[in-house]
Design a binder for this molecule. Structure first.
Ligand code: ZN
Length: 88
């Protein structure tokens, strides 16, 4: 599922606005609290962001993604995960 990273928001005045808070409502929906960077404007507003639909599915399978996540873990966390998985 996509998440927000470095999205640019523009205020109605044309200046960039920064996201100063993200209120995640669910796994695929969030409220973004934005503030205009223009000191003469100072508009503070909320944008809603939600995942709509997939146009082309990810080429990666769930198991591939899980394997890559495991590789990114430090050795002790990997060991812990292995113990947790052995319970199933
Ligand atoms: Zn503005």
């Amino acid at each position: 599922m996509p998440t927000l990273q470095g999205t640019r928001i523009q205020c109605g005045c044309g200046e960039r606005a920064v996201i100063h808070k993200t209120n995640r409502l669910s796994f695929d929906c969030a409220d973004l609290y934005c503030k205009c960077k223009n000191p003469a404007c100072g508009h503070v507003f909320v944008m809603s962001l939600y995942f709509s639909h997939t146009l082309s599915p990810s080429a990666k399978t769930t198991s591939q993604m899980a394997a890559e996540l495991c590789k990114a873990l430090p050795p002790e966390a990997r060991q812990q995960l292995r113990q947790q998985l052995s319970m199933f």
